[in-house]
Design a protein around this ligand. Structure first.
Ligand code: BES
Ligand code: ZN
Length: 984
């Protein structure tokens, strides 16, 4: 199952909780590393940061002239120390940038003296004075400034004719708030324009943020790429800038680079010439001025990559990657779908693509999955490169959806940008919804739109059902520090955002939704908005279309975005009574957060009764009677048709019985998404003690007849929790037998469909479910399955030719390594090291965590902190994969505990995701002893801190308490249920 994470989005983090891995299970955010800097809490409590402990106050004081000064920086703390403007995280509203001219020269070889990779820069920014001030605050992080003609770090000139130019009095770095402070001797004049100039040096570190370096091997040589990741607040690490999304400006970028390398940026190349600087022959590539845009969308890259290209209606589309990857055709798929997806969004938004070109580039080191830089989208290799010989259909699906996601941002996010990060959920939630529409356009046979149910709705239900969840919206003033901004990239913003927008589009109708969207984009092009601007435009579209709604778009949506959580509806088909209640996974958990609506929602109920077509009914109160929902005889009622609503549903026992009966007799009478939903609702209602666990287990009985992917996947995800709780108890064996019994017909079905595993099923969903059939059969001890995969893997070892189909590789590798010993592990490790395609390396990296040998797992854990063995981007997910293995669980926990201070210090500001890590290594916890350990861990490391893992740690404690209770209350019942099943 995809790794469900509570907070801090698990980019690329997909893991499998048991040793058998199902490759296709991971759609959103597979493997890896993870999130932006990682040293925060959501609340305004003061943080203890590693750097703060070692250096007390290292703000660099006002400059006193002299030569280049080195300024080290302190990371953010939540509360600035004073009320001075430079101690506030938000820029004052005094100045507005207009145009920047930035020249950068990254060095792709280390400085012989220091051994460091660096870049040098020269930048000017023209800005307008909006309010009189004698202070210029401009963001700057980890940049060392050169003294200019005035002996200071910045000079000021006037653009407006006749304007008096104040002199720069002092310059200094304010490290906590990440400013270069320029104090003037007199005030700037309102309405006048000025230019600020600086020269600086920065480190081109391998830290995956700002202007950074990525390394890879080619032909036995190490090669270096200089690349960028600016979102959310790293542009300031590349050059001094007003680094807030509403500070849009035009950028003139120039990049110096070695002959034989190419430079790319957001806009087209204007010219590229060979020049001589400081005795070096270098290329000077000047880019055309960009459109008016935000700093977080900038990108510049130097590499010796090659590309393929195409043109669609005058727009140049290029895909860049390492030369061997391009030569092998690995960019072809991405190139082939980009044009159609761009065209789709042009129609959907009724707006032509705003730029003359669209570049996409695959990078060997990349923290997230992809980044929507305007005109130059960056990806990790696994998210862009496709090779039929290595990539599974799930890898392909991810490429299509991620491209669609980033292309969707080219308008929604880039052309029109939310004013501040507190509204990030709308940006990411929107792209996460329409990515399915874009991918559907490219691959209409896939039924990919259905997959939002598993990939987002189910994923976020798990998080949003906790008492410690949070609403989609936050107040602008509550999001200040870069760390607080980073925390917003979580499952709530992405998946709940996507889910509620899908619900909105459904009840408005897609036509009305699109209309509102189109006028919104048109009105605010090149500008900034707040999320309610979209509601306004949707409301106008509703009014124009005459759509009937019980309330305004604002009023309805407020109930979904201003309060956390979601309701469970209870439908009594005897009385027609429908009621709603805040759904909490742990009914004893205390909800301390107040809600403006007292946890009541305005719920669109899409429902059907046996043999009737669906209709919509609104529930506005805590309860209501809907006469038509009364059912008689064999009739059943089913609500939340296709799971378009963001809520769960419970029924009276009679209706449950009739639904279960229908599943047993002719399950296709119930639509496939709802079959998946009945299972998911039942399991979660049982976890929340609303229905008996036996009823939940009962929903899995019909699976011996089920052939569709979604209900199977939903079941596997839910049984996963049972495995986590019971795989160290006597329940395990019985459960294995039950799963084996249920999955055997599926295994046989696919064996026949594929003529004894020699062909590939036609439909995508069948390809996915074939993987489920194998992974579940092998895991539950189906001997034929186990023999089969062992043989496939051994054939590879003995012949050195890999004949395993890419769709099956993840699960086959994992099963074989789990069943094997050191020889299998070493073989896979050597293949991992040799792999020239990241998608194959990733499959092996996951499978290596499946071994049952503790010493191999321990050694593998050690490898994760050595970036020459495991890339930094993959460190967290590898540890979590090991923890998912029942044997690796305690090893990973010990590993993390023993090294917490080291890990926190070394990775605190970089690629490590502490939330993922803590959630990942503790999710099996379900005993008092483990709870004690967890609490002790919190006490022992209080002085070191937990960064973005702070909330995850508290949630893990909350989850462990709930798990202990659940196991206590359910173990006997579950055991009995399986014993009974075994008798049948
Ligand atoms: N804007 C994000 C990437 C990002 C996230 C940058 C957090 C910096 C901090 C991008 O649009 C995105 O959402 N990428 C996703 C892929 C998507 C298909 C969900 C990712 O990286 O996983
Ligand atoms: Zn996004």
């Amino acid at each position: 199952m995809c790794f469900y994470i509570n907070l801090v989005l698990v980019f690329n983090m997909c893991s499998w909780s048991l040793s058998q891995q199902a490759e296709h299970e991971c759609k959103r955010h597979p493997a890896g590393g993870d999130t932006p800097p990682d040293t925060s809490t959501r609340s305004s409590t003061r943080l203890i940061l590693n750097d703060e402990k070692s250096k007390n106050n290292n703000n660099i004081s006002p400059t006193d002239g002299g030569s280049t000064t080195t300024a080290t920086t302190t990371p953010t703390s939540a509360e600035p120390p004073s009320n001075e403007p430079w101690d506030k995280y938000r820029l004052p509203k005094t100045l507005m940038p207009v145009v920047y001219t930035v020249e950068l020269w990254p060095r792709l070889t280390p400085d012989p003296k220091t051994g460091l990779y660096i870049f040098t820069g020269d930048s000017t920014v023209e800005f307008e004075c909006v309010e009189e001030t004698d202070l210029i605050l401009i963001h700057s992080l980890k940049l060392n400034y050169t003294n200019l003609s005035n002996g200071l770090w910045a000079t000021l000139t006037s653009v407006s004719p006749d304007a008096q130019v104040p002199s720069v009095k002092t310059t200094w770095l304010q490290n906590v708030t990440q400013y270069l402070v320029v104090q003037l001797d007199s005030k700037l004049t309102k309405g006048h324009k000025y230019t600020l100039a600086t020269k600086f040096t920065g480190e081109l570190a391998d830290d995956l943020g700002g202007f950074y370096r990525s390394e890879y091997e080619e032909d036995g040589k190490t090669k270096v790429v200089a690349t960028t990741q600016m979102q959310p607040a790293h542009a300031r690490k590349a050059f001094p800038c007003f680094d807030e999304p509403a500070m849009k400006a035009i950028f003139h970028i120039t990049v110096f680079h070695d002959p034989g390398t190419i430079a790319l940026s957001n806009s087209e190349e204007q010219e590229s010439n060979s020049v001589d600087i400081e005795g070096h022959k270098v290329m000077k590539t000047v880019f055309k001025p960009t459109e008016k845009m935000s700093t977080y969308l900038l990108a510049f890259i130097v590499s010796d990559f090659t590309f393929i290209n195409d043109t669609i209606d005058g727009v140049l589309i290029r895909v860049f990657a390492r030369t061997p990857a391009i030569k092998a055709g690995q960019g072809d798929y991405a190139l082939s779908i980009t044009g159609p997806i761009l065209k789709f969004f042009e129609k959907y938004y009724n707006s032509t693509y705003p730029l003359p070109k669209s570049d996409q580039i695959a990078l060997p080191d990349f923290n997230a999955g992809a980044m929507e830089n305007w005109g130059l989208i960056t990806y990790r290799e696994t998210a862009l490169l496709y090779d039929e010989a290595f990539s599974s259909s799930s890898n392909k699906e991810r490429i299509a959806t991620i491209i669609a996601h980033e292309l969707a941002h080219m308008w929604f996010g880039n052309l029109v940008t939310l004013r501040w990060w507190n509204d990030l959920w709308l940006n990411e939630g929107f792209a996460s919804y329409v990515e399915y529409l874009g991918a559907h356009e490219a691959e209409p046979d896939w039924n990919v739109k259905d997959l939002i149910v598993l990939g987002d709705v189910h994923r976020v239900f798990a998080v949003d059902a906790l008492a410690s969840s949070h609403p989609l919206t936050s107040l602008e003033e509550d999001v200040q520090t870069p760390a607080q901004i980073s925390e917003l990239f979580d499952a709530i913003s992405y998946s709940k955002g996507a889910s509620v927008l899908r619900m909105l589009s459904d009840f408005l109708t897609e036509e009305v939704f699109k209309k509102g969207l189109q006028t919104y984009l048109n009105k605010f092009a090149f500008g900034n908005t707040v999320y309610t601007d979209l509601w306004d435009h949707l409301q106008e579209a509703v009014n124009a279309a005459g759509t009937k709604l019980p309330h305004t778009v604002h009023e309805i949506m407020n109930t979904w975005v201003l309060q956390m959580g979601f309701p469970v509806l209870t439908i009594n088909t005897t009385t027609g009574e429908v009621s709603q209640k805040h759904f909490l996974l742990d009914p004893d958990s205390q909800v301390t957060a107040e809600s403006p609506f007292n946890y009541k929602w305005i719920v669109p109920i899409q429902w059907v009764k046996t043999g009737t077509s669906q209709e919509i009914q609104w529930l506005e109160e805590k309860s209501a009677t809907i006469e038509t929902m009364k059912a008689s005889g064999a009739e059943w009622v089913l609500a939340n048709y296709n799971l378009v609503g963001y809520y769960r549903v419970n029924y009276d026992q009679g209706n449950w019985d009739r639904l279960l009966n229908t599943l047993g007799i002719n399950h296709t009478l119930i639509q496939v998404i709802n079959r998946a939903q009945l299972v998911d609702d039942a399991f979660n209602l049982a976890r929340a003690q609303i229905i008996p666990t036996a009823l939940a287990l009962q929903t899995t009985k019909y699976l011996d007849k089920e052939r569709d992917y979604m209900p199977w996947q939903s079941t596997i995800n839910n049984l996963d929790f049972f495995y986590l709780m019971f795989d160290r108890t006597e329940v395990y064996g019985l459960m294995q037998n039950y799963v084996k019994k249920q999955v055997t017909p599926l295994f046989t079905y696919y064996k026949e469909m594929t003529s004894d595993w020699t062909t590939v099923p036609n439909k995508l969903m069948d390809q996915y479910n074939q993987v489920n059939a194998i992974s579940q059969a092998c895991k539950s001890g189906h001997t034929e399955c186990q023999t089969l995969v062992k043989k496939w893997f051994n054939d590879w070892i003995t012949t050195n030719i890999n004949r395993i189909h890419p769709n099956l590789r993840s699960t086959v590798y994992c099963s074989a390594i789990a069943a094997g010993g050191v020889a299998e592990w070493e073989f896979a490790w050597s293949k991992f090291k040799e792999a020239t395609i990241a998608i194959e390396a990733d499959k092996l990296r996951s499978a290596l965590a499946c071994t049952k040998e503790p010493w191999l797992l321990n050694r593998y854990l050690e490898y994760t902190l050595n970036s020459t063995l495991i890339r930094k981007q993959d460190a967290t997910s590898t540890i979590v994969l090991i923890a998912n293995n029942v044997v690796g669980q305690s090893l990973a926990w010990d590993f993390i505990r023993a090294r917490w201070s080291y890990i926190f210090t070394e990775y605190g500001g970089g690629s490590f995701s502490f939330a993922n890590l803590i959630n990942g290594v503790t999710k099996r916890f379900s005993t008092q002893f483990e709870l004690q350990q967890l609490k002790q861990f919190k006490i022992d490391n209080a002085d070191v801190g937990f960064g973005s893992g702070t909330m995850a740690l508290d949630q893990s404690i909350e989850r462990t308490v709930a798990n202990i209770k659940w196991v206590e209350q359910n173990k006997e019942n579950v055991l009995d249920w399986f014993i009974n099943e075994a008798k049948q």
